[in-house]
Write a protein that binds this ligand. Structure first.
Ligand code: NAD
Length: 450
């Protein structure tokens, strides 16, 4: 049993805290957001993530997790301190380390004995050194420090939103970047409960661990961007990207995952991490030609899909009404950060269209945290078929399971015209043709009913 403090109760910090408590540790979660902490203290989960709410309530009930804003208490009563605060992009694309370094400063001010300080946030190479320096500086100024040692370890997080709890409990691998034997032993023992099916820790230098996180996200993002580019070729020459996906995914060197063409990747990680790695590459003169292209083709893909909708209406969307299914950046999450829906809805609404939108979990975030979510011509519905009333077409933007086998007869009878734009290729073009729908998807020939 370890005593752990976690700074930041977002997707990473909260999932980490709940999962570490679940295997028997005592966890103190700290956040500067008082509203969030008050919610959590009452067992209310501020984010949607499968299984999280149930586990959170269990852990509160057995008293193994505590939610507070008192950083000093958390630091003094823990042996492992995890930093899981945000690292948003700055204007130049580099990661903003303000929150990470604020936490480091607080740790240095209140540290009262040996601690392993773990950076879980995604941070640029060299951040471990900065965190260490910040702590050292604060320690010098603080009066009550009584032991001269701490270790700063990099332990990037690889969970996926939508299956975060499962990913944390059953990780593919655990990366630990440190050259301290003392920290190494502590971290290995912390993660032992998650390695019942086999040893999963990969130790490396702290700076390699920092780069590994960016490299993993960039690799995955590159697959999506490449597939989207091939989808555009495919569409142009009359091929079907879904057939091509099957054809290449069955090659064991390529594999099946992250090969779906769509409206481009979104979320709080891929977009910012690709650009942050590009920034790190620029700083050391590594000429990031490919990194730039991954990001550019992703942005282009959103424009491309929005343009397909516009082209269908001869570039005149004035007065058109669209039903939109899906606002989250992907299925099974309420996260709308960098969601392709933002840019696509911006295009539609700015061109004079009206939108009725539905998402199983993301409406609150979309209406609260995006500018376009407050547009006067956008209304929200709490049931997916209710969006269809009076609409000229349905647009599917997120691959939620409930959108994958919709009642096509109902859709046809409620929509003004049987037209579907499907940014996720959820439906079958042949079936759509058979049901007399015009059906426009990604990287596949359009089905156009005259
Ligand atoms: P988030 O924005 O959901 O949460 C961050 C939290 O940190 C917020 O609640 C904020 O109030 C809190 N915070 C800010 N400053 C603080 C301070 N000084 N003390 C205590 N709390 C503070 O962020 P997230 O999505 O959980 O991401 C956190 C980090 O993990 C980022 O670096 C991200 O890139 C990385 N990451 C995210 C994911 C993901 O899927 N979301 C996956 C892997 C890694």
């Amino acid at each position: 049993m370890e005593k752990i403090a976690i700074f930041g109760t977002g997707y990473v910090g909260l999932v980490t805290g709940v999962c570490l408590a679940r295997v028997g540790n005592n966890v103190i979660c700290v956040d500067v957001d008082r509203t969030k902490i008050a919610k959590l203290q009452e067992g209310n989960c501020p984010i949607y993530e499968p299984q999280l709410k149930e586990y959170l309530r269990q852990m509160i009930k057995v008293g193994r997790i505590l939610f507070i804003t008192d950083a000093e208490f958390a630091i003094k009563n823990s042996d492992i301190i995890m930093i899981a605060v945000g690292t948003p992009p700055m204007e130049d694309g580099s990661a903003d380390l303000k929150y990470v370094l604020q936490v480091a400063q607080t740790i240095g001010t209140h540290i009262n004995g040996y601690k392993v300080i773990v950076t879980k946030s995604t941070v640029p190479p060299g951040t471990g050194r900065k965190v260490n320096a910040k702590i050292a500086y604060a320690v010098q100024k603080a009066a009550d420090y009584d032991d001269g040692a701490w270790d700063v370890v990099s332990n990037p997080e690889f969970l996926k939103e939508g299956s975060a709890v499962n990913d944390f409990l059953k990780p593919d691998r655990i990366i630990i970047g440190t050259d301290s034997e003392r920290a190494r032993v502590k971290m290995e023992s912390l993660y032992r409960p998650f390695m019942r099916s086999g040893y999963k820790v990969i130790f490396m230098s702290r700076i390699s661990a920092e780069v590994t996180k960016y490299a993993a996200n960039t690799m995955l993002a590159s697959r999506i961007s490449l597939m989207n580019e091939i989808a555009r070729v495919s569409e142009g020459v009359g091929a079907d990207i879904e057939e091509i996906r099957q054809g290449i995914g069955s090659d064991s060197r390529i594999g099946k995952q992250f090969l779906y063409a769509g409206p481009g990747y979104g979320g709080s990680c891929f977009p910012k991490d690709v650009v942050a790695l590009e920034d790190s590459a620029e700083r050391v003169g590594a000429n990031p030609i490919l990194l730039k292209a991954i990001n550019e083709t992703n942005i282009y893909q959103r424009t491309f899909f929005a343009q397909k909708i516009k082209s269908f209406y001869n570039d005149d969307l004035r007065g058109k009404i669209f039903a939109v299914w899906g606002l989250a950046f992907k299925a099974d999450t309420d996260d709308v950060r960098e969601s392709p829906a933002i840019m696509i809805l911006e295009t539609l609404l700015q061109c004079g269209a009206h939108v009725a939108a539905y998402d199983p979990e993301a409406i609150t975030n979309f209406s609260a945290f995006t500018e376009i979510g407050k547009h006067k011509s956008l209304r929200y519905e709490d049931e997916q078929y209710a969006t269809l009333r009076g609409a000229d077409a349905l647009i599917i933007l997120t691959e939620w399971p409930r959108f994958r086998a919709p009642d096509l007869d109902s859709i046809a009878s409620i929509l003004k015209y049987p037209v579907i734009f499907d940014a996720r290729n959820l439906l079958d073009p042949q079936e759509m043709a058979g049901k007399n729908f015009s059906y426009i998807s990604v990287g596949r020939p359009d089905v156009l009913i005259k």
